[in-house]
Design a protein around this ligand. Structure first.
Ligand code: COA
Length: 260
């Protein structure tokens, strides 16, 4: 994989994807979004990759939003296409079937906050700032930010963030439930990598079905979601990983999951 605006590195069991446009605080232009789409699809189908860490290059910013140079000249039809394309890429991240950890190393604003919200788990450096400042540009979020924010922090808190456009500190984001953990900036990548390695050692099928049960299930009526969960439960019950996990427990050893 070779990209102009992304760095993709491999560790033994997971990959690290870095948005790499530090001069514009890693703003997402069309090319970067498309590169992200290609990278995610490739990592999704690579069985040696069991988790992904997503971060921004430099010390200042995770992603400072969609590229405002492109937004400034968009047409109504172009704006709609732009939003749909961005939503598609973030949906791919959410639906890739592997945990994606956002290592939020600085500003996560607008599309950057939306990108972090599409990830499975968000770890923020104590220096990070998050927010949806679109209102200050006379627009609204277009990468499903109005929807994911309300689902993650609740409607009341989402409306306040969306309508004020205020940036919140990592600590405040943690209090709101917008990020899972806050760590000293110098420890961010080590923490994210440690979590990625831990999740990569879990049973891949079970991980995939948990992600699917939660993401799809919360959008279904409860009784239907229960049936969906039971069906996925039945599917994992036929897996080699279930036999390995239960046997390892009974034999008092560590399981070695294969995703089969
Ligand atoms: N799109 C395009 N360029 C961006 C950008 C974006 N979303 N965010 C930052 N940049 C560019 C700036 O224009 C500047 O470029 P320049 O050096 O050519 O002037 C460079 O990145 C550095 O940003 P700057 O504003 O000088 O840094 P700062 O530390 O003073 O402020 C922010 C940092 C994040 C508060 C500020 O850049 C900002 O508000 N960015 C826009 C955030 C936003 O509204 N995002 C939502 C878009 S929908």
């Amino acid at each position: 994989m070779s990209f102009e605006n992304l760095l993709v590195e491999r560790e033994a069991s997971f990959a690290i994807v870095t948005i790499n446009r530090p001069k514009v605080l890693n703003a997402l232009n069309t090319r970067t979004l498309d590169e992200l789409r290609r990278a995610i699809l490739e990592l999704k189908h690579d069985e040696s990759v069991r988790a992904v860490v997503l971060t921004g290059s430099g010390e200042k910013s995770f992603v400072a939003g969609a590229d405002i140079n492109e937004l400034a000249v968009q047409t109504p039809a172009g704006g709609r296409e732009h939003a749909l394309a961005g939503q598609h890429v973030l949906d791919l991240i959410e639906q890739m079937g592997k945990p994606v950890i956002a290592a939020i190393n600085g500003y996560a604003l607008g599309g950057g906050c939306e990108l972090a919200m599409a990830c499975t788990i968000r770890i923020a450096a104590d220096t990070a700032k998050l927010g949806q400042p679109e209102i200050n540009l006379g627009i609204i979020p277009g990468y499903a930010g109005t929807q994911r924010l309300a689902r993650i922090v609740g409607k009341g808190r989402a409306l306040e963030l969306l309508l004020t456009g205020d940036q919140v500190s990592a600590q405040e984001a943690h209090r709101l439930g917008l990020v899972n953990r806050v760590v000293p900036a110098a420890e961010l990548m080590a923490e994210a990598k440690q979590l990625a390695a831990a999740l990569a050692s879990k049973a891949p099928l079970a991980i995939r079905y948990i992600l699917e049960a939660v993401h799809k299930g919360v959008e279904m009526p409860f009784p239907q979601a229960e049936v969906f969960e039971a069906t996925l439960f039945g599917l994992v019950a036929s897996s080699d990983d279930m036999r390995e996990g239960t046997a390892a427990f009974l034999e008092k050893r560590k399981p070695a999951f294969k995703g089969e």
